[in-house]
Design a protein around this ligand. Structure first.
Ligand code: ADP
Ligand code: MG
Length: 139
């Protein structure tokens, strides 16, 4: 285990439902630390760029429409094993299959509207952090 950074997004469903503060509370009660945060509405190009790896998938267009439907909160979370820790806290992609105690179970709806994003590997975490926080100097 070592200290890592990961990118988290509170998706438009979370912000629109007034659950952003609740998810931030869950993070504050966890071993992870919020070391950067922005509140913004993604442009279509920002959403397409962020999810470029999924551009051939049938759900891509809907996903980009959803991600631009309202404001989001983008954060960098830091801690021991932050990438896996945050993904464990989120639960699986499909909120309907997410176990009790996970954020996607508590705040998500289905496989698309699943409340939160988390990076899946050190390389993608670094890329995603740079995408929203260019030039950020994290210690
Ligand atoms: P995760 O967010 O768990 O890493 P993926 O990277 O596979 O999941 O997918 C990115 C996002 O695309 C998901 O969080 C979800 O919002 C959406 N998504 C994934 N699979 C589907 C699907 N089969 N149908 C609709 N939306 C999907
Ligand atoms: Mg993913």
């Amino acid at each position: 285990m070592s200290k890592q950074n990961t990118l988290a997004i509170l998706k438009p469903d979370t912000v629109a439902a007034g659950n952003a503060g609740k998810v931030i509370s869950v993070i504050e009660d966890s071993p992870l630390e919020i070391v950067a945060m922005r509140f913004l509405k993604l442009s279509l190009n920002q959403a397409k760029g962020f999810y470029a790896v999924h551009k051939k998938r049938p759900f891509f267009k809907d996903l980009c429409r959803f991600m631009t439907s309202g404001p989001v909160v983008v954060m960098v979370l830091q801690g021991e094993d932050a990438i896996a820790t945050w993904r464990d806290m989120m639960g699986p992609t499909n909120s309907k299959e997410a176990p009790k105690g996970t954020i996607r179970r508590a705040f998500g709806t289905d496989i698309e509207r699943n409340a939160v994003h988390g990076s899946d590997a050190p390389e993608t975490a670094a890329e995603e952090i740079g995408y929203f926080f260019p030039g950020i100097d994290l210690v």
